[in-house]
Design a protein around this ligand. Sequence first.
Ligand SMILES: [Mg+2]
Length: 235
Amino acid sequence: MIQAVLFDLDGTLLDRDISIKQFVAAQYDRLITHLSYIPKAAYTSRFIELDCRGHVWKDKVYQELVAEFEIKELSWQTLLQDYETQFQGHCVPFPFLVEVLSGLKQQGHLLGIVSNGLGTFQSRAIEGLGIQDYFEAILISEIEQVRKPQVEIFHRAVKRLGVTAKNTVFIGDHPEADITGAKNAEMKAIWKRSLYWQDAKEADAIIDELNEIPLILRQFESSCQTASIVHEPDR
Ligand SMILES: [Mg+2]
């Protein structure tokens, strides 16, 4: 029986690619009096390139932008602060997010998020999506001082929910951090397919859209029941 469902945040619940594009376009517009000599397309595309899909923290990105575009009227710290406080206003969910979360709650599942990232920033992004109340546990690596794929953060999540790892399903887009990590922690793992990686071989199931989750959970449940029937005579 599946008691809990844990999610990664970026690329799984939050459509980070669209969110970051919308944010940086809005940042340019917000600060246009200081940036108007730079073509908007040049500013936004260079930001997205330097961000490297979130793998480079924005202090480095803005230091580079300020140097390359010779921005004189704004410091990289000001731009970074704008990112930290304004990104949450541009958080775009993947389709079906709220409908799927509320369906899972109605079926009695406990829900959690396990995210690698900075505590305040990721918490604001979750609030930006307006989904914080669906989750009984939210673990962010900076606060926990442990990161996916280390099994410790997965084990901590199930402990906080009061469930067992084998009755927990993890859903994420990163083959190693999410799928290998969850499998090493003895959870079932669903890979949310991403264009950035070819596959996640260890995944128990693959989805393209969040609304495929309920059916997969039912399939997991029925295969658990079949397994227990098969093992009945051994008891
Ligand atoms: Mg992710």
